[in-house]
Design a protein around this ligand. Structure first.
Ligand SMILES: [Zn+2]
Ligand SMILES: [Zn+2]
Length: 147
C-alpha cells in the first residue's frame, strides 16, 4: 500500500498495486497543471486507487482529459483520459515519491532547454502530436494515389 495526499491533507489516497507506468511529461498542459517544469505521472488502475476525505475537484483540461486537484488547497493530484480505466497520479503527491522511478519521457517536443533531468532515458513526443502529424500526412498520400 502506497499513500499520497494534497498539501492540506483534506484529500488523500492509497494504491494497492504498483503503477503500470511512471514517466516524465513535459507537455505544456502538464507544466501548467502542476506549476512545474514537468510532471511525473504514475499510471494506476482505477480499481487499485482508494480516495479518503474530500473527493478531489476536477476540471476539464482538454477535449480528452480532466485534471484532479484538492478543492481546499489546490494541490494537483492527477490527470485522467476520458473513458480510461486508469488514472495518472502525480508522483509528487505521494508520501513515498522515491518509490516511483520514471522510465521515459513524454511530451519531448515541449521539454525546456535547460531541463536536463534523466537525459539518457528514452524520449517520445506526445501521442496527440503524433496523431496530428499522422492526420496531416494522410491527405498527401491520398493526393499521390489519385493524381
Ligand atoms: Zn488540500
Ligand atoms: Zn503531459
Amino acid at each position: 500500500m502506497l499513500h499520497g495526499k494534497c498539501s492540506c491533507g483534506a484529500t488523500s489516497f492509497a494504491i494497492d498495486a504498483l503503477p503500470r507506468d511512471v514517466h516524465y511529461c513535459h507537455c505544456s498542459q502538464c507544466r501548467r497543471a502542476t506549476g512545474s517544469a514537468f510532471a511525473v505521472i504514475a499510471w494506476c488502475d482505477n480499481t487499485k486507487i482508494s480516495w479518503f476525505g474530500e473527493a478531489p475537484s476536477e476540471n476539464r483540461s482538454s477535449n480528452k482529459a480532466t485534471r484532479g486537484f484538492c478543492g481546499a488547497c489546490g494541490s494537483p493530484l492527477f490527470m485522467k483520459y476520458d473513458e480510461a480505466d486508469e488514472t495518472g497520479l502525480y508522483v509528487g503527491a505521494f508520501n513515498e515519491p522515491h518509490a516511483f522511478v520514471p522510465t521515459h519521457h513524454c511530451g519531448a517536443e515541449s521539454r525546456l532547454v535547460w531541463c536536463d533531468v534523466a537525459a539518457t532515458l528514452p524520449s517520445e513526443e506526445c501521442e496527440r502530436q503524433t496523431l496530428i502529424k499522422k492526420i496531416v500526412a494522410i491527405p498527401a498520400a491520398v493526393l499521390t494515389k489519385t493524381a
